[in-house]
Every structure is written in C-alpha cells, then in structure tokens.
Design a protein around this ligand. Sequence first.
Ligand code: PHE
Length: 452
Amino acid sequence: MNQPRERWSSKTGFILAAAGSAVGLGNIWKFPHMAGQHGGAAFTLVYLVCIVVVGMPILLAEFSMGRSTQRNPVGAFAKLAGNNNWKWVGLLGVASAFVILSFYSVIGGWAIKYSWMALSGQFAANAATPDGPQLAYDAFISKPVEPILWHLAFMGMCVLVIVRGIKSGIEKTSKTLMPVLLVILLILVVRGLTLEGAGEGLRFLFEPKWGDLDVQGVALALGHSFFTISLGMGTMITYGSYLDNKSDLLRAGIWVVVLDTGIALLAGIAIFTAVFALGQDPAGGPGLIFVVLPSLFPLMPGGTFFAFLFFSLLLVAALTSAISILEVVITYFIDEKGWGRVRATYTFGGIIAVVGIFISLSFGNFNIIAPLTDLSFFDFMDGLSSKYMLPVGGLFTALFVLVKWGVPNFIEHMNVGSSGFPVPAKAVMAAFIVSALVVVYIIFESVIDLFG
Ligand code: PHE
C-alpha cells in the first residue's frame, strides 16, 4: 500500500503522454472520414469550435481533479465531493474504458496488418483490379482468425507498456513515439501537397460550403470533440493524478489541444490532397483509409514507402492512445482495490482482449448482440461510447465543477504551479455552462437519432 505515488519525470513527458492519448485513431481515421462525409470544411469548422468551447474547459477540469486528489477518476470524484454520490461518474468512466479499448484494439490490429501489407507490396497487387482494394479489405476484416491475432498482438503491446508503469512505461513510450509520429506525418503532408491537383483537397478541407453541413454532422462533430481529446471518461484525471504541483495546467491543456487539432488537420491534408489529386471520392466512410488509400498509394511515386509510413503512423497514434485507456482501469484497481500493477494489467488487459475478439468476429458472420439489435457489435460499442458514455461523463464533469466542487476552488487549484495567468471566474463559469448546454444538445440529438 503506502508506496509513494509514481510521477511523470518532466513537464514535457506529461504533455507528450497526454497529447499521445489525445492523438489517436480519432485524428487519423475518424476525423478524415467524418469530414469527408459531412461537408469537409464546414465540418472542420464546427469541430474546431467544439474543441475550444466544449473540450478545453472539461480538459482543464479533468487535469485539476486528478492532480488535486492524486486519485483515479472514481476516487477523485468521491474525494472532492466528500461523499459517494458522485462516484458513479468515475465508474462510468472506467466502464467506458472497457467499451472503447475493446474495439480500439481491433482497429489497432488492422493497422499492424496494413503496415505489413504495405511493406510487402500487396497494395500494388490488389490495386491491379478496380475492386481489388475493397475486396481485400472485406475479406480481411471478416476472417474469423487472422484479425483476432493482430488484435491480440496490439493488446499485447499495450500490456507490455502498462506493466512498466508511468515513467518507464507510458512516459518513455510517448516521448519516443510522439516525435516519430510528427516526422512521419510531415513527410506525408509534403508528399500530398506536391501531388498535382493537391489544391482541390485543401479547398475541400478548408473552404466551407455551408449547404453541405447537416444536423447529423454537427452532432457528430460535437461528440467527436470528446473522443478526440480523450474526455469524459477520466483519462485526463488519471494522467493528472501522476502530476506534482509544479506543472502549469493551462499551458499543458493548450499544448494538448493544439497538438491534437494540428495533427488531425495535418492528417486531413495528407489524406485529402492524395484523394483529390488521384481523383477519388472523399466520402469513402470508415473504409476511407483502408480502401481508398491502399488503392492510391500504388499510383504515386514511392508509393510502397509512403504507404508503409502511413500505416505505421496509424499504429503509433493508436498505441499511445490505447495505453491511456488501459491505464484508467489499472489506476482504478491499484488505488481503490489495492491491486498490484502487474496483476491488474494482465487481468484487465486479458478481459478486454476477450471482448475485442467478439468485436472482431462481428465484422464476419458472428455478431454476439444480433438478438438485441441490428447493429454490429463494433458499431454498437463505438456508438455507445462516443455518442452516449463520453458525452454523459463530460456533462457530469462540467456539472460537478459548477455545482459541487465550485468554480473558485477549481480555478484556485488550476492556478497552482502556473506563472499566474489570471482567469476571471465569471468567464470560466460561462465556459462550463456553455459546455454543459452543448453536451446536453449532443445527447439529445443522439437520443432523437436513436428513436428516429
Ligand atoms: N483520443 C483518442 C483518439 O482520438 C481516443 C481516446 C478516447 C483515448 C477516450 C482515450 C480516451 O483516438
């Protein structure tokens, strides 16, 4: 028990770990396909507004709750509330971690497979026939065994990082991989921008055509702002709980948001310049990067190399996020249940891996939830977490600051360790109210959507 809590070894280490959590499949896989299907630039703009208005206040609330209590999300809510009434918000977060990681890891596994396919020249072979890339994708994801093995490999990587703890596990991995991610992304952006016809792609991403934006797109952008900054399930409470009082939380928050948004936009540039230059449809949906891109790489000079870089980028991004999801569960069991890190990591890594097996099978012909709904288990878990669980968690985090912890207490704590940028309490209160109202709207839209 009474071992001192582990700590990040540096401010940069913490920022890179938190940014590593934020930058993930959400930036490289989800954002581009959502923008592609919901009006490009119009979607981008709504997304940017949501990140600043809704995301930033909740991010800072989570950092502050973690640091001031030095606890996992469940313990943090209980300690600050002084009773057990709010604890379930933290528990909802731990539950969200199970839901998200089980499908996240399946896609992480695909990234390993696709890196390998890129390297071994299979994209060129598949692209020889017009439907080749689609058929190859459909055949791969619906196989009963192979994608499960890649998913298990990906979960194995997460477990290997998490057993080593905060400093030598999460921090070291993020410090090594985040710079790699940026370099790869910049190379891909330059490749995209130097393709003939790249301007079309830029216009699609940055020149809004408002007519293209639908209500569903707005709700999607709002929900995605939680997913992409890893909010609403206590990831940032957990990471904040390993901080000491010397870090400037506002500064760290700004870094995380800037890196997350910058990287999503750069990924969008890399992808849409190629998609438009090579005359493809941007509205490819979730298959955009697994079907459209594999058909494009063989057409560009150096395609094999760039394809390999792209899928390695996806893998790196997914891994630094997946570890942050697993850490929420592990920190909870260490803090609240007195478990050892190694035991907790193997146990819950194992349980999540098993759920993931059923998610993977739902792309083929075994859908475990078929008796309950027509959705596949994958779509169900994805929708459940990003449309309901994270927004509800985020809403209650904002309400918690407003009605229980109190904005003045929050500000006082947030300013510990900062060089003293004075944040007016009224403005902060307004930010949380707006944030909460917006989230109520997202949840409302999702519920309407469910019954409509
Ligand atoms: N932010 C990650 C991404 O964009 C996903 C994530 C969600 C990570 C919730 C942690 C918690 O891919």
